[in-house]
Design a protein around this ligand. Structure first.
Ligand code: S3P
Length: 442
């Protein structure tokens, strides 16, 4: 593995300035998909130029959709209509993206042609039966690899019928896969959730002219509808902003303004939790951006205290636990997380990997099946394994800003899946963060 990229993070300067955070990953994936299926030409502004979302765009190009990139973060998508996708000439590579693979499973299960979805090493370990089992109930035929993991071999030409399905785990990806299959199914498809999850699929299908009923935890649509092209404005990704919210909270003397960040309530659990911990985060210049609430987030250093994270907020901050664990490490008093077993099946087992990393830096972390208790303390130095998980890498880059020595983070290339340019932006704000290539022991 020589040539793999590491970072060395260490205390820098107080964090200062105004930052533009890249576009939302969840919305960018959906924007390309729905624009591809629409009748007419759609423009997407603020598209995330990350590897995950570019992989999804590349897949639609292979399915016969013309997608232009007139400038970075802009796409012009020439929709082919709901029945206009073409058979691909080989396996479709979703890269690191669970969202890409799970949503595409629902969409491709409804096509006339066969297809195969593959992913990188991390995605190839992630559970897919959560989508293939309910899709099979609609009439889909999808073979998984060993243990329900990718690749997904999707047999086209199957007539689908709508279902009324209650999800076992709160998952926007599974919900979305069923709704996409439901567009092609006979009758109605209803999805009910144990806890409401992000509703971008519902909101965006509605913006593309689909008649869909939805409320928190519920969605229903009729099959046989067409999508009408529309322009999409993608807000800045709260999950990317989260690392700077935590960093500025814990580094003395910091004050950052994060411009026009998406504040959909199904995404901002961390904002509530950080405020419960004592964080100083203000919202200014609130507006609506493409139908989504956005605001500047102004965050200043503040002493944090440990809390019991309310279980009801877990789905609204499911991607923010790596960042939260760093905030917890720097608080006064322990922080307890429960009801978060889903973290074990993200890009890595984020409970185990965060606990191991914090222990390397000298903390005590008690791990449970569905959570952990973080006992704060001074952070020392050490080498952290990112397990090729972008959010683990960024979380420990933040930890390094308050550590007593150097924190080396191994294999940070996957940061480009969700936040290309994180390191440059972070250094500009004051982070101590250096690239290292290769290294001993590889
Ligand atoms: C996502 C949903 C969440 C989240 C992921 C993006 C989406 O996954 O963790 O980063 O875009 O729908 P689950 O639906 O599996 O919880």
């Amino acid at each position: 593995m020589s040539g793999a990229k590491d970072w060395v993070a260490r205390t820098g300067a107080p964090l200062r300035g105004t930052l533009a955070i890249p576009g939302d990953k969840s919305i960018s994936h959906r924007a390309v998909m729905f624009a591809a299926l629409a009748d007419g030409v759609s423009t997407i502004d603020g598209f995330l130029e990350g590897e995950d979302t570019r992989a999804t765009a590349a897949i639609f190009a292979r399915l016969g959709v013309r997608i232009e990139t007139p400038s970075p973060s802009r796409r012009i998508v020439h929709g082919v209509g709901i029945d206009g996708l073409q058979a691909p000439d080989g396996p479709l590579d979703c890269g690191n993206a669970g969202t890409g693979m799970r949503l595409l499973a629902g969409l491709l299960a409804a096509q006339r042609f066969d297809s195969v979805l593959v992913g990188d090493a991390s995605l190839s370990k992630r559970p897919m039966r959560r989508v293939t089992v309910p899709l099979a109930k609609m009439g889909a035929r999808i073979d998984t690899g060993d243990g329900g993991a990718p690749p997904l071999r999707i047999h086209g030409g199957q007539p689908l019928a709508g279902i009324d399905h209650t999800l076992e785990v709160a998952s926007a990806q599974v919900k979305s896969a069923l709704l996409l299959a439901g567009l092609y199914a006979a009758g109605e498809t209803v999805v009910r959730e144990p806890h409401p999850t992000r509703d971008y699929t519902e909101r965006m299908l509605s913006a593309f002219g689909v008649d869909i009923d939805f409320s928190p935890g519920f969605a229903r649509l009729r099959g046989g509808q067409r999508l009408r092209a529309t322009d999409v404005a993608v807000p800045a990704d709260f999950s990317s902003a989260a690392f700077f919210l935590v960093a500025a909270s814990i580094v003395p003397g910091s004050e950052l303004r994060l411009r026009q960040v998406g504040l959909n309530p199904r995404r901002t659990g961390l904002l509530q939790v950080l405020r419960m911990m004592g964080a100083d985060i203000r919202e200014e210049n609130a507006a609506l951006h493409g139908g989504e609430p956005v605001a500047d987030l102004v965050v200043r250093h503040a002493p944090l205290r440990g809390i019991e994270v309310p279980e009801a907020l877990v789905p609204d901050m499911i991607d923010e636990f790596p960042a939260l664990f760093i905030a917890a490490a720097c608080a006064e008093g322990a922080t307890v997380v429960r009801g978060a077993a889903e973290l074990r099946v993200k890009e890595s087992d984020r409970l185990a990997v965060m606990a191991a990393g914090l222990r390397t830096l000298g903390l005590r972390v008690d791990e449970t099946a569905d959570g952990a208790t973080v006992h704060p303390g001074p952070l020392g130095s050490g080498t952290i394994e990112s397990h090729d998980d972008h959010r683990i890498a960024m979380a420990f880059a933040v930890a390094g800003q308050v550590a007593s020595g150097a924190v080396r983070i191994r294999d940070v290339a996957t940061v480009a899946t969700s936040f290309p340019g994180f390191d440059t932006l972070a250094r500009g704000a004051g982070f101590g963060l250096q690239d290292q290539t290769g290294g001993q022991g590889r």
